[in-house]
Design a protein around this ligand. Sequence first.
Ligand code: KG4
Ligand code: ZN
Length: 376
Amino acid sequence: MTTDVLKERHRRWEVRQRTGARKETDMLIQKDVVILSIESSCDETAAAVTVNGRQVLSNEISSQIDIHTLYGGVVPEIASRKHIERMNQVIREAMRTAGKTFCDLDAVAVTAGPGLVGALLTGISEAKAVAFASGLPLIGVHHIEGHISANYIADKTLEPPFACLVVSGGHTNLVRVKGYGEYELLGTTRDDAAGEAFDKVARAIGLGYPGGPKIDRAAKDGNPEAIRFPRGKVEGSEFDFSFSGIKSSVLNYLNTCDMKGEKVDVNDVAASFQEAVVDVLVDHTMAAARLCGLDRIALAGGVASNSALRGRMKAACERENIAFFCPPPVLCTDNAAMIGCAAYYEFLKGRESGLDLNAVPGLKLGESLYGTEAGA
Ligand code: KG4
Ligand code: ZN
């Protein structure tokens, strides 16, 4: 990076620190907005370079699945250590693939929550270091907003408003996307997240970790009507979810088979469990879209890779003349391109995090990292 560029960036940084916000002119002179984004909220170390939010120049993901598989699930301490080991290399690769230098960047974005606190902090510290050294604005990003934004990358025509079902290992949210960065939470889980239920049931039937993809695969050889597992309902709350009942019901079924000495057909259990979960997810989402008068539905999060969920939601949308959007699997599971996309819309609103940005492990959808006033 040339000294002149760095000097000019630090001059602007000081102005922004004094005035509290980026000057409009600062933004207007930008033609293309190039963002380096970092994601490390769970067990993927990821970095991406995006242009104007929706164009992905690189999307590097280093998965830690192999090591966590040895323990049957994500071990937070190991996740943090692996992020530290791999982060520099992943960023270097993202910049190299994109053909960009730090001089070409307009901002550095990073997931600030929700997620595992130690894992989040590794990405945040790295992003702060790059932002400070390069004199670039730092943009903290909400992980769930990132998942939703993956849809903007997958389909360049998609614009709010739409309904979005966010289903991952840590979250189950039914969201009304009112505008860029504007969300109304319509429903959430009262207990386990959808992906968590997949992972726990997979472990119980001996498929191991990570459960979701393994149940998806096993279900293809099973009968979804073999066992009738309950469709979880939450009294008095039309759009909320509950998956602990389905999970307990699977465990009871396995115990009963064991006591009776009956053989368990793993594929049938996987298919019947998946059918019960997908039934509820599709029913709630369609009902929410109908109630809100939305003619677009999108899926997001790791569980959005599930073939039955994608197929059933698409068919339901076709029946009701609703447009259906779903990112490819690589943009459903944790990645940094989705963080870059969400950051772009924050950038356009003039939002910037301070170097005191902290991890917010329990950040909920609808809660902002920027308080209520900034750019609102
Ligand atoms: O979004 P993600 O990568 O991380 C979180 O933010 O949680 O989601 C991971 C979750 C895991 O629970 C995994 O089992 C689930 O997504 N998952 C699936 C499939 N692929 C990943 N669940 C069902 N079917 C799949 N094909
Ligand atoms: Zn995620």
